[in-house]
Design a protein around this ligand. Structure first.
Ligand SMILES: NC(=O)c1ccc[n+]([C@@H]2O[C@H](COP(=O)([O-])OP(=O)(O)OC[C@H]3O[C@@H](n4cnc5c(N)ncnc54)[C@H](O)[C@@H]3O)[C@@H](O)[C@H]2O)c1
Length: 253
């Protein structure tokens, strides 16, 4: 197998499950050294096992992406262990299924801090390293729900819209460096975030009817797009959001 990421060092946040785990495992298959983090240590240890199984090196850190101190400590540990950072995948995220009028400050802060502040902190901690060496790839995992609204998801919609625009803003501020900053916007993917919703046959059917590809996405579908954007084949793609949604965004069926 052609390995696109031999000797590259990649940080993947929210790597304990779902899209983050699939991304870490794909990077491991393609030769990268992994620094994975999450708040869920049990899930993270299972991801570590899968990464080591592929023969890759793996550093595991418990990090709440809402904490600047924890983010900085993770970046420092990664530098101590691997000497550099080439790739950052800001994947950690949370959902929200609460009608707008019932959202209180705590819920607003929880969703915005994990989905937006997390990207701010990790990108801010890693970019000076990438700027110094004039090489880097950042991919933020946003959502098609950052571009269309969903019932009971107003703050999630706002957070993913903000993440999309932060991607573009960081991309502009990195002009002049050999750094690419992009976003992947998944549609409907079966993970911990969606398993309750998709476990309901009526809801699953509702979505299937709205996905032109007529299947729910797999975490590996999203991981493949993330790896592409982190590869040098994508070096002219910058500030873009790639929908990986089985065609959901191109129709209003
Ligand atoms: N599953 C989907 O259909 C879908 C659709 C669009 C976007 N997304 C996005 O994909 C990303 C990954 O989600 P997923 O679907 O794999 O769900 P998931 O729940 O399996 O994974 C999210 C991970 O983020 C971690 N996390 C949550 N809060 C954290 C924090 N404060 N600090 C560190 N880690 C934290 C969780 O522990 C979990 O391991 C998220 O950003 C999500 O919004 C998912």
């Amino acid at each position: 197998m052609y390995k696109r990421f031999e000797n590259k060092v990649a940080i993947v946040t929210g790597a304990a499950s779902g899209i983050g785990r699939a991304t870490a495992v794909r990077f491991a298959e393609e030769g990268a050294k992994l620094s994975i983090c999450d708040v869920n240590m049990e899930g993270l240890q299972e991801t570590e096992r899968l990464v080591l199984e592929k023969g890759a090196e793996c550093l595991v850190s418990r990090v709440d992406v809402r904490s600047w101190d924890e983010v900085q400590a993770c970046v420092n540990r990664t530098l101590e262990r691997f000497g550099t950072i080439d790739i950052l995948v800001n994947n950690a995220g949370t959902g929200q299924f609460v009608p707008f009028v019932m959202i209180d400050d705590d819920e607003y802060n929880r969703v915005m801090d994990i989905n937006v502040r997390g990207i701010f902190y990790f990108s801010k901690a890693v970019l000076p390293i990438m700027m110094d060496k004039d090489y880097g790839k950042i991919v933020n995992v946003t959502s098609i729900m950052g571009e269309v609204a969903g019932q009971g998801q107003s703050i999630y919609n706002a957070s993913k819209g903000a993440a999309k625009m932060m991607t573009q803003g960081i991309a502009v501020d990195c002009s002049g460096y050999n750094i690419n900053v992009n976003a992947v916007a998944p549609g409907m993917v079966l993970t911990g975030l969606t398993k309750n919703m998709l476990g309901d046959p009526d809801q699953a059917q509702y979505f299937l009817e709205r996905i032109p590809k007529r299947r729910i996405g797999e975490p590996e579908d999203i991981a493949a797009a993330i790896l592409f954007l982190c590869s040098d084949e994508a070096s002219y793609i910058h500030g873009a959001t790639l929908h990986v949604d089985g065609g959901m965004m191109c129709t209003r069926m």
